[in-house]
Design a protein around this ligand. Structure first.
Ligand code: ACM
Length: 644
């Protein structure tokens, strides 16, 4: 029965779309809604559609890179056509897709023009990257079923709306970071991550390759880094709170990328116009290196790769910290600089990208403080404090990186004690250190925790896997990488970071990335004046529909209710409810039953009944549940209201 109704419906859509194709002036009955992310610079829509013919040709200006792009497009369009051919050609032809390189200097770097006309599609750019981004836009113009990789049989009419798009990115650095140290992701999984990035016009994958919990890149001159440093005890639960491993517990969790793997990933990414930037995080975050080569510590002893048990302590909630064991490379030990030279020699050869990231963040220096070697170094080099010791180290690392023909970038702690002369700063503790670095004339990439940390919870803590901080989609959408009063030329762009302490598998990584990375993609690509939350939300929802087809996970947290709690008198709790997305109704109960849309709709702040045990809340849109059922213990509300 369902199928009969469905095929009837399809017939209707087919007929009306076909009509639109035959007469583009005719009114369009299938109403196309712009669902593009990131929003292009300009989009002019005409009524009507171009219907992909059953025998489709993708033509391209003769060029190796364009051939690869055309092949990838043909691969994607296989779901949509019976036969598809790819060939070079000097000009467009009727009913084809033509990828056209031009000398037109008026098209900006990475920019493109896309014209979908009634008799064919042309994408024009002055470089292959632009053609690639035009293709990504074209794929988003096609029905979401294009993402269905299981079903070769077309289930929709393959029509693209008639549009003229002119587009180019706002920033040249559009990054996503993946931490492969805390949890390891296979080459195939990283390729999937790259595929998803490419769809939204990200052009930089920052791989956090080393940390206390694992060294993930083969260095041929230092084999123990992966023989020892890539493996730890396998634990399940809440990372950071695991029990201490037993002395001889088998180290079965881990993995690393061989140099062949790295070459494969670099090549795969480059075919999608994505650079890969390696990060080797030193001098802190180095337990995996020390487990392999303990002589690199100021306090040599027996080290093990951290398996998720606590060893860094943040008293008073965040700013200050110390280590209960020494996880740092010793800046006073010449062997350390030999080690770094060997590592960066091989890293520089493997990654063509101009920058190497040396970490530099969160170096616990409590063991340096008491160390005789460090004291001797301070005296010899006239270093007044530990900031200057750290800066001495970073400046030497910069020289090593420069000697390999690369530029150094580091987390914003590299400002402490004086910045290395040519360093680029990745500002993560807010934007302020990025602003400070730019004022000193240094290049900056903005990646602030407040807008761009994808490891943070994206909704209420009662609904999300626990992490110590939150970042909702709406806040991520307010990311503005270019602060007022700094030289725009120095702000290279921005990126979002997925740290993976609490991310045990790729499905959960997807949940953490999407939809927030849509917001970041738009902040980095689209014109600032086009930023509009209420316009963004329906486009996000369209992308979510495509993810459903593709089988990619995303967080639905933006539909959940937001609790704001205060106390009245000493014991009464007042709850205000709201939503990130407009147009939802919020229904609640205090009687332990599960509310639906027949329950009271929230309108004004509520007084929690004295004897209630739980408040249950759900959101609806058009009489359909859309948010998740939230079960809020009253004990939790009491805590949030500050009632003992
Ligand atoms: C960082 O989040 N520690 C850079």
């Amino acid at each position: 029965m369902k199928n009969i109704i469905l095929s009837g419906l399809l017939l209707f859509i087919t007929t009306t779309v076909a009509k639109a194709q035959n007469n583009t002036e005719a009114s369009v009955t299938t109403d196309w809604q712009n669902s593009l992310i990131p929003q292009p610079v300009s989009l002019i829509k005409q009524s009507g559609y171009f219907i992909l013919p059953n025998n489709l040709s993708v033509l391209f200006t003769k060029n190796e890179a364009l051939k690869k792009i055309a092949d990838q497009l043909a691969q994607q369009l296989q779901t949509a056509t019976n036969t598809i051919s790819v060939k070079d050609n000097n000009a467009a032809a009727a009913n084809t897709i033509f990828l056209s390189l031009t000398n037109d200097k008026s098209i900006p770097a990475e920019g493109y023009r896309l014209k979908v006309a009634a008799d064919g599609i042309i994408i024009t750019a002055k470089e292959p990257a632009g053609i690639f981004y035009g293709v990504q836009t074209l794929v988003q113009l096609l029905p979401g079923q294009i993402e269905n990789k299981d079903n070769k049989k077309p289930v929709t009419e393959w029509a693209a709306p008639l549009v003229t798009i002119e587009d180019a990115p706002r920033f040249g650095w559009r990054g996503l970071m993946l931490d492969v140290s805390r949890h390891f992701f296979t080459v195939a999984q990283v390729k999937d991550y790259i595929n998803q990035m490419a769809k939204y016009k990200f052009n930089l994958l920052h791989l956090h390759l080393t940390d206390d919990q694992g060294w993930r890149i083969q260095i041929k001159a230092l084999p123990k880094l992966t023989e020892v440093g890539a493996w730890r005890v396998d634990k399940t639960g809440t990372f950071g709170k695991f029990s201490k491993p037993e002395p001889n517990e088998p180290k079965t969790y881990g993995g690393f990328y061989t140099q062949e793997d790295i070459k494969e990933l670099v090549q795969y990414a480059s075919e999608r116009f994505i650079n890969i930037m390696p990060e080797i995080d030193i001098p802190g975050h180095s337990l995996a290196a020390l487990a392999s080569y303990p002589n690199l510590s100021c306090t040599p002893g027996t080290y093990a790769v951290n398996s998720g048990e606590q060893f860094m302590i943040w008293p008073g909630g965040g700013k200050h910290f110390y280590g209960t064991l020494d996880n740092t490379l010793c800046p006073a030990n010449e062997q350390v600089y030999d080690f770094i030279d060997k590592v960066f020699t091989e890293v520089a050869q493997l990654f063509p990208f101009a920058y190497i990231h040396m970490g530099g963040d969160e170096t616990a220096r409590n063991f340096w403080e008491k160390n005789d070697q460090i004291k001797a170094l301070m005296k010899k080099e006239n270093l007044k404090n530990l900031d200057e010791v750290q800066s001495y180290f970073v400046k030497r690392v910069e020289k090593i990186i420069a000697s390999k023909g690369k530029k150094m970038i580091g987390w914003d702690e590299i400002l402490q004690g004086g910045l290395a002369p040519n360093a680029t700063v990745m500002s993560w503790r807010g934007m302020k250190f990025g602003i400070e670095a730019a004022k000193l004339g240094h290049e900056v990439v903005m990646s602030p925790t407040d807008f761009a940390y994808l490891d943070y919870m994206q909704g209420d803590a009662i609904m999300e896997p626990p992490v110590y901080a939150s970042l909702r989609l709406k806040k991520a959408y307010q990311f503005e990488p270019l602060p007022e009063g700094v030289d725009a030329k120095l702000i290279k762009g921005g990126q979002a970071n997925l740290w993976t302490e609490q991310v045990y598998n790729m499905r959960h990584a997807q949940y953490m990335i999407w939809p927030r990375a849509f917001a970041i993609a738009e902040a980095l690509w689209s014109p600032k004046e086009k930023r509009d939350w209420n316009d963004f939300v329906p486009r996000v929802e369209k992308q979510m529909e495509r993810y459903d087809v593709a089988g990619i996970k995303y967080a639905p947290s933006m539909y959940d209710a937001i609790f704001e709690v205060r106390k009245k008198d000493t014991a009464t709790i007042i709850v205000s409810l709201s939503t990130e997305v407009e147009g939802l109704s919020i229904h609640y109960s205090f009687d332990n039953s599960f509310p639906d849309n027949f329950y009271p709709a929230y309108t004004t702040p509520l007084t929690v009944p004295k004897d209630a045990a739980a408040m249950k809340v759900i959101t609806y849109r058009n009489n359909k549940p859309i948010g998740r059922m939230m079960v809020m213990p009253i004990t939790e509300l009491r805590k949030r209201a500050g009632i003992k």
